[in-house]
Design a protein around this ligand. Structure first.
Ligand SMILES: [Zn+2]
Length: 228
């Protein structure tokens, strides 16, 4: 794992992609070296595969989205409590309703701006530098792999800011205020209707049909679609 980290940091670099074959060729005598490279995630590294998005990776390719701790250095010692265990991850995901707190996407959902790319949830640190209390629940939050990846601007399609401002002007007053609050806090706040929708997603299909009938009666509308 240390050798893989050193090779990725010196020969690939942050934001760059590499193939599993290149890694195996660089470090030929280690079994399943790509698994060892994945272990680096515990040390602050972000390594994306083609499923994580953004697009541009082939199935045999990976991208060094973020270089983490310099684990190859002789005096490197993993900080205590640096890894987030499975139980803590579960608690953070549950608390955040299995949604990225930054963009609001749910686990496995397709990104509206990245067709074909589905969200994978990760744990983000609010204050990554603070070693003390680093893995306290209040320092952890649910982030999707795209919001968690600082170098995503290198690979995502560039955003036309002028066009964006024009779209913002078209929004109603309530949406403008909501957007301003999201920018100010760096996270998406969920409205009452969002929270109700999250609960509807958790109930079994027959119960969801009942809710749907109530809504149809209340609105006088009958919409097509299976409702998932
Ligand atoms: Zn996100």
């Amino acid at each position: 794992m240390r050798r893989a980290a050193h090779w990725l940091a010196t020969n690939v670099g942050e934001g760059q992609k590499f193939s599993k074959a290149q890694l195996r060729k660089a470090i030929p005598d280690i079994e399943q070296i790509d698994r060892r490279a994945r272990d680096l995630r515990k040390y602050g590294w972000v390594i994306n595969n083609y499923r994580d998005g953004p697009p541009g990776l082939r199935p045999d390719e990976l991208r060094v989205a973020k270089i983490g701790d310099r684990v190859w250095e002789l005096d490197y010692a993993a900080p205590k409590g640096d890894t987030v265990n499975a139980k803590t991850r579960r608690r953070v995901f549950d608390r955040d309703s299995n949604r990225c707190v930054v963009c609001g996407i749910g686990a496995g959902e397709e990104y509206p701006t990245l067709p074909g790319t589905h969200a994978r949830l990760t744990i983000g640190h609010l204050n990554p530098k603070a070693r003390k209390g680093r893995n306290d629940l209040d320092n952890l939050r649910t982030e999707c792999s795209i919001c968690n990846e600082p170098s995503r601007h290198l690979t995502a399609a560039p955003v036309d800011v002028g066009l964006l401002e024009a779209q913002i002007r078209e929004l109603g007053r309530a949406d403008k205020e909501r957007l301003l609050a999201w920018i100010a806090t760096g996270r998406r706040n969920f409205s009452e209707v969002d929270r109700i929708w999250m609960q509807i997603r958790q109930i079994p299909a027959p119960k969801r049909d009942e809710v749907r009938k109530v809504l149809e009666q209340l609105t006088g509308l009958t919409l097509q679609g299976t409702g998932g």
